[in-house]
Design a protein around this ligand. Structure first.
Ligand SMILES: [Zn+2]
Ligand SMILES: [Zn+2]
Length: 254
C-alpha cells in the first residue's frame, strides 16, 4: 500500500504528462503528435465505438430499428442518452482502471463524451443557454474511500471541451446528492435495481435546477436504473431537460 504522499506525487506526474501529451494514458508508450492525443493509436483502436446504429433513446449500440429492447421494456426517464464506446473489452478495462486509482483516464473519456454529444446533439442547443453538468454522486463514505468520484472527473473534462466549443457550461457537484449507500447491483434485475436506488438520491439545491438543461454524467450505462432515478429527481425539481452522458454502455442484448 502506497502512502498518501507518494500517491499524490504519482498523480501530479501523471496529470502533468497527460496534459502535455507525451505519453499514452493507457499503456504509457510515447506519443509525439500534434495536436496531441491522450491515447496512442494502438490503444485507441482496441476500443469499440458505439457507431452509427445506436438507440435514439438511451444511446447504446443496437441491432434492429427503433429503440433498443431495454428501452422497450423500461423506458428511461432521462431525455436522451449518449455514449461514445461499448462497455466491453479494452474500454471496460480502462473504465475499471479509471475507477480504481487512475482518475487521469477521465481526461480522455471526458473529451470523447463531449465530442460524441456535440456530434449527435449539441447543434440543437442554444449557445446562450447554460448547461449544468451534474455528476452522479457517490455516497460520502465511498467517495472518501476512493479519494475521488470518477463521474466528477469526467464532468470536469467534458466542461472544458464544451467551453472550448463556445458553449456555456458549469459543473455542479452539490446539486444532486446520494443520501445512503446502495447494494452492489451487478447481479440484480432491472426491478431489483430500481428498488435498490429508489429514494437514494435527492436534489439538494432545487432552485439551481429549475428550468435548466442538465447533462447528467456517469461512467457507464447498464440497465439505466440509477440514471432513471437521478433523472426523475432532477425533473421533479423542475429541470427542463436531462441528457445522460456516459463513457460506455452495454450493447443491446439479442
Ligand atoms: Zn497506448
Ligand atoms: Zn435504448
Amino acid at each position: 500500500m502506497k502512502s498518501g504522499f507518494w500517491t499524490k506525487i504519482e498523480k501530479s506526474v501523471r496529470d502533468f504528462f497527460s496534459q502535455q501529451g507525451f505519453t499514452c494514458d493507457s499503456c504509457d508508450g510515447e506519443v509525439f503528435e500534434y495536436p496531441h492525443r491522450r491515447l496512442c493509436a494502438e490503444c485507441e483502436e482496441k476500443l469499440i465505438r458505439t457507431g452509427e446504429n445506436f438507440c435514439p433513446k438511451c444511446g447504446r449500440k443496437k441491432v434492429a430499428d427503433g429503440v433498443c429492447t431495454d428501452c422497450k421494456k423500461n423506458l428511461p426517464k432521462f431525455t436522451r442518452g449518449f455514449s461514445p464506446f461499448v462497455y466491453r473489452g479494452h474500454a471496460a478495462a480502462l473504465i475499471n482502471r479509471m475507477k480504481n486509482g487512475n482518475p487521469h483516464l477521465a481526461y480522455y473519456f471526458g473529451e470523447q463524451m463531449a465530442e460524441d454529444f456535440a456530434e449527435k446533439h449539441l447543434k440543437n442547443v442554444d449557445k446562450s443557454e447554460e448547461l449544468l453538468l451534474v455528476p452522479v454522486p457517490l455516497y460520502k463514505t465511498k467517495r472518501i474511500e476512493r479519494g475521488y468520484n470518477q463521474a466528477e472527473r469526467l464532468a470536469e473534462s467534458i466542461c472544458v471541451r464544451l467551453q472550448a466549443l463556445g458553449y456555456s457550461a458549469r459543473v455542479e457537484t452539490e446539486l444532486l446528492q446520494k443520501r445512503r449507500e446502495t447494494a452492489q447491483q451487478k447481479q440484480m434485475t432491472y426491478v431489483e435495481r430500481m428498488d435498490n436506488v429508489s429514494g437514494a438520491y435527492h436534489v439538494h439545491k432545487r432552485k439551481e435546477c429549475k428550468g435548466k438543461t442538465i447533462l447528467l454524467i456517469d461512467d457507464i450505462l447498464t440497465t439505466g436504473a440509477t440514471s432513471s432515478e437521478c433523472a426523475a429527481r432532477l425533473f421533479g425539481a423542475g429541470a427542463k431537460e436531462v441528457y445522460f452522458l456516459v463513457a460506455a454502455s452495454l450493447e443491446e442484448r439479442k
